[in-house]
Ligand binder design. Structure first.
Ligand SMILES: NC(=O)c1ccc[n+]([C@@H]2O[C@H](COP(=O)([O-])OP(=O)(O)OC[C@H]3O[C@@H](n4cnc5c(N)ncnc54)[C@H](OP(=O)(O)O)[C@@H]3O)[C@@H](O)[C@H]2O)c1
Length: 299
């Protein structure tokens, strides 16, 4: 059951990062292993190392390695996939999370959750706002949040769209957009659906700061800018055209009013003041970050 890909001989006392082959988990592992800000050895736990829904295997590895903290990024993270297979979504997003949080009773445990726990009728959400999930994905995350927050030592971080490069090159929303453009598709983007996007590396920095500081509770970690899907699409298109000047990036601006699919939350922009005040930092505006600003700054 040892990770074949990693040469470190013993993981005892390391910080476990689940979902290590995914977009955010990979950034968390990289940032931890680069030294600052992590003083701990970091154990990236990918599916190839451990299937988190195999509870017997999880118990065995957890007992053998006795992690000092867990940053739980593994999930069925795409809403359409959860909608297609609710049973699998509940098993990994809720049951496996509750199981791992139970094993982590005496150590810091951080769960990644989502802005989609909200119905999006209000926008500018603070942590105290009531949730109202509209999809299977969001329902599983709300249940997982409740299980994790039952332990006063534990942390839940809700984030928004994360921009970045995933190890497989296909997980981030921007990678999905590029794949569609490379295939010659025109993207339909809503001008009246709003999110607070953030670069995954900035999210990862905040996760480490929360775990290192032994902070507990519920936090919103997102970009400090409310942007429509069209505005986000234009920023992503501009970014990719720097790397691939000939990439066609066509899109059609549409309205949620004319949309007839599974329910969508129109405005899940989040207020990040709580975590910014706690950690004394200012999260970047996505448009500035995309334009090359250094990002996460001390106030
Ligand atoms: N990225 C975003 O924009 C965003 C926004 C809001 C919230 N979040 C949340 O943030 C967290 C990380 O997101 P992400 O974008 O990094 O997701 P991701 O790229 O899809 O990575 C999730 C990882 O979890 C792994 N996993 C799934 N089921 C597993 C299992 N049974 N055992 C072990 N590993 C398993 C996946 O492995 P396979 O690839 O092999 O399935 C994948 O590598 C998730 O909880 C997600 O819901 C992400």
């Amino acid at each position: 059951m040892n990770a074949v890909s990693d040469p470190t001989p013993s993981w005892e006392g390391a910080v476990w990062v689940t979902g290590a082959a995914g977009l955010i988990g990979n950034e968390v592992v990289r940032l931890g292993r680069d030294g600052s800000p992590s003083p701990f050895p970091v154990r990236g736990v990918a599916r190839a190392d451990l299937n988190l829904t195999d509870f017997t295997a999880v118990d065995r590895l957890f007992a053998a390695e006795r992690p000092s903290a867990v940053i739980h990024c593994a999930a069925m993270s795409k809403s359409p996939a959860c909608q297609r297979d609710p049973e699998a979504a509940w098993r990994i997003n809720h049951a496996a999370t509750a199981h791992l949080a139970g094993l982590s009773e005496g150590i810091p445990f951080l769960l990644m959750s989502t802005d989609l726990v909200f119905d999006g009728l209000k926008g500018g959400y603070v942590e105290a706002d009531p949730v109202n999930p509209l999809s299977v994905y969001a329902e599983t995350k709300v249940a997982a949040e409740t299980a994790v927050l039952a332990n006063p030592r534990h942390v839940v971080v809700r984030t928004s769209l994360n921009f970045g490069r995933s190890p497989g090159g296909r997980s981030a929303f921007n990678e999905e957009m590029r794949e569609a453009w490379r295939a010659g598709r025109t993207l339909d983007l809503f001008e009246d659906e709003f999110r607070s996007p953030i670069a995954a590396i900035e999210t990862a920095r905040v996760l480490w700061a929360l775990v290192r500081g032994r902070h507990a509770g519920l936090f919103h970690v997102a970009g400090r800018e409310r942007l429509s899907r069209v505005e986000i699409g234009l920023l992503v298109a501009e970014w990719f055209r720097r790397e691939e000047p000939n990439l066609p990036t066509p899109y059609r601006a549409g309205s949620l009013r004319d949309y007839r699919g599974a329910p969508r939350s129109p405005d899940t922009s989040m207020d990040t003041g709580k975590v910014e005040r706690l950690l004394d930092l200012r999260l970047p505006r996505f448009s500035r970050w995309m334009a090359g600003s250094p990002g996460w700054n001390r106030r």
